[in-house]
Design a protein around this ligand. Structure first.
Ligand code: HEM
Length: 410
């Protein structure tokens, strides 16, 4: 068995070619926090245990996000966004920017979004449920978050599709794109996302600002000073980065979870009251984020490690979510698992601001599948994505057998 110290966890290919879950299992036992050296990004502390990751995420006296929340980010881009973009803001700046976001995510808006998504997905899933294999990544995984983003931004479908493709290009970690040309492609895609939002913000300023998330970000938030135009743009970027990639993998992961655990699909069909715990178990078992990073702002003890101010700490989320000291039988997918304190949506002040939307996407997908699909079957081995930041699939062939008399929701 390869030891975690012999593996380059910062190489995207690692996640396609090795049994990294087995390596992390041993790491949790032998050295749950350990100093590693990345050829690409230098030294960093690697954390694989749940309680240590939780400590890092919640201890804002010793760990900050404003130095970047993923290893390998462009330092200049992080410096430009620090304390202005939500996910890389700390302290009072974080509270101010978070308040501007939080106003959009009301239960009423999220419920309405869920109803619209049900109608959209019902048509899509009906067309997929033929008994023939379909590539879920191709047909469904982007379609869900892209539709949701369009509803949040009030953009036309072709614009949201383009935005979604650009966001994917901006984060493409495919190994053959590691050279200068790859970096240029990514930078170009990021710039185009920015310029898309610059046009959108200009447009919303000229017309009556509406109920969309960009207009809400532009409005003053209570006692806080309003976001500047540049802050609005940075946070539009943050929203699409946060909302598209993770959800994409949550959606394909939902299909993988149930297609490879047919007894759990039968159980959910028998007992829909398990939907809420099933959504949490999908989030845990799939673990869409691969890692999150923090930087120590002061010396601190973490487990048996002495972390120095300035050190970077990388939390491997799929490992924490399979920590056997927290989750009995952690590799099993069990839709009635409770409690389920997974870290897929983070913890502490940066806990996912879009969590209600992410959960709604999975829940609505499951409701549509329950109304339309009798059984699911894996066809061929899933192809994992090469990424250090997101944990997901590039390809997943599944055959969906329709319920014969399915006519959608009553
Ligand atoms: C299942 C889907 C989702 C997953 C697994 C997920 C995961 C996460 C995680 C782990 C964090 C914490 C990052 C950190 O601590 O550094 C986070 C933060 C965030 N997420 Fe999500 N997310 C999802 C859906 C969404 C959606 C739909 C949106 C927006 C529409 C969104 C927007 C954000 C933003 C803006 C933040 C930063 C929050 C802050 O720093 O205060 N996420 N998300």
């Amino acid at each position: 068995m390869t030891d975690v110290t012999e593996l380059d966890l910062t190489d995207p290919e690692t996640y396609r070619t090795t049994d990294h879950l087995a390596v992390w299992r041993a790491a949790r036992r032998d050295h749950p926090v350990v100093l590693l050296e990345s050829g690409r990004h230098g030294p960093y502390w690697s954390v694989t245990a749940h309680h240590l990751a939780r400590q890092v995420l919640t201890d804002t006296d010793h760990f900050v996000s404003s130095e970047g929340m993923r290893i390998g980010s462009d330092p200049a881009a992080v410096a430009a966004a620090a304390n202005r973009m939500l996910v890389v803001a700390d302290g009072a700046d974080h509270s101010r920017v978070r308040a501007a976001h939080a106003r959009w995510f009301t239960a009423q808006r999220v419920n309405a979004l869920g109803d619209a998504l049900y109608r959209h997905l019902d048509v899509l899933v009906a067309s997929m449920a033929t008994g023939e294999p379909v590539d879920v990544v191709d047909v469904l995984a982007d379609a869900v978050p892209t539709y949701v983003m369009g509803e949040m931004l009030h953009t036309e479908p072709e614009d949201t599709d383009r935005l979604s493709r650009l966001v994917r290009a901006a984060f493409d970690e495919t190994p053959d794109l590691e050279d200068a040309a790859g970096r240029r492609n990514r930078a170009e895609a990021s710039l185009r996302v920015f310029s898309y939002f610059a046009d959108l913000v200009r447009d919303r300023r000229q017309t009556q600002p509406g109920d969309d998330v960009v207009s809400v970000l532009m409005r003053p938030a209570g006692r806080h000073r309003p976001l500047s135009t540049e802050e609005v743009l940075l946070n539009c970027d943050g929203l699409v980065n946060g909302g598209l990639g993770t959800s994409r993998h949550a959606i394909s992961g939902t299909l993988l979870a149930f297609a490879s655990n047919p007894d759990q699909w039968l159980e959910l069909r028998r007992n829909r009251s398990l939907l809420t715990t099933a959504v949490e178990e999908v989030l845990r078992w799939v673990s869409p984020p691969m890692h999150m990073m923090r930087t120590a702002s002061a010396d601190v003890v973490l487990g048996d490690a002495r972390i120095k101010a300035g050190d970077r700490v990388v939390l491997w989320i799929p490992s924490c979510n399979r920590d056997e000291s927290v989750f009995p039988d952690p590799d099993a997918f069990r839709i009635d698992r409770r409690p389920n304190p997974h870290l897929s949506l983070g913890a502490g002040p940066h806990y996912c601001v879009g969590a209600s939307v992410g959960r709604t996407e999975i829940r609505v997908l499951l409701r549509v599948l329950l109304d339309r699909v009798a059984s699911m079957e894996l066809r061929g081995a899933p192809v994992r994505s090469a990424s250090t930041f997101l944990n997901g699939l590039d390809r997943l062939q599944v055959a969906l057998t329709p319920i014969e008399d399915a006519g959608g929701e009553a």
